[in-house]
Write a protein that binds this ligand. Structure first.
Ligand code: NAP
Length: 127
């Protein structure tokens, strides 16, 4: 119980004192991180967070010519200056290497999501 209260207090302090200006001055300006699967559900939120915190982000997509994979990332605040998009295929070593080259860290989220079309969830998930 005490630990929870302490944690919550730190979170509240952080939230109450953090502005976008302060987050950007967290000394992350020189750090470069790669987010594979940057166009995806989790990846795009992570890209948003990292840009907000001042990182330079290498985000990967499968097709640079597909607006559905790129537009929402390019529209993020900070994207114009701190976001670079890379086209990768997970099974192509050189494309992945190009995306992670020069990065201080990599968030590896890219993964094919292979799910058969669900026609009737009641039938599909009943035991
Ligand atoms: N969402 C969840 O609830 C959940 C829960 C547990 C674990 N996870 C794991 O978290 C990770 C991200 O999940 P998500 O929900 O964000 O998935 P998602 O929205 O389907 O995004 C998957 C990402 O992987 C990329 N990708 C797929 N196949 C690829 C390939 N062959 N080469 C290169 N990139 C490829 C996609 O690129 P394009 O968009 O360009 O096609 C997309 O950016 C996955 O590993 C997933 O298994 C997710």
């Amino acid at each position: 119980m005490t630990r929870f209260v302490t944690y919550q207090t730190q979170q509240q302090q952080h939230c109450s004192t953090s502005t976008s200006t302060q987050l950007l001055s967290d000394n992350n300006m020189s750090k470069v991180v790669c987010v594979t699967g940057g166009s995806g559900c989790i990846g795009s939120w992570l890209v948003h967070l990292l840009l907000h915190r001042g990182y330079t982000v290498h985000a990967t997509v499968q097709n640079l010519n597909d607006d559905n994979e790129t537009k929402h990332l390019q529209a993020l605040e900070g994207a114009q200056t701190n976001l670079r998009l890379f086209q990768i295929d997970l099974l192509n070593y050189d494309t992945v290497l190009a995306a992670v080259h020069g990065c201080d860290g990599v968030f590896h989220l890219a993964s094919p999501c292979i799910v058969d079309k669900v026609r009737d969830p009641q039938v599909c998930f009943s035991l």
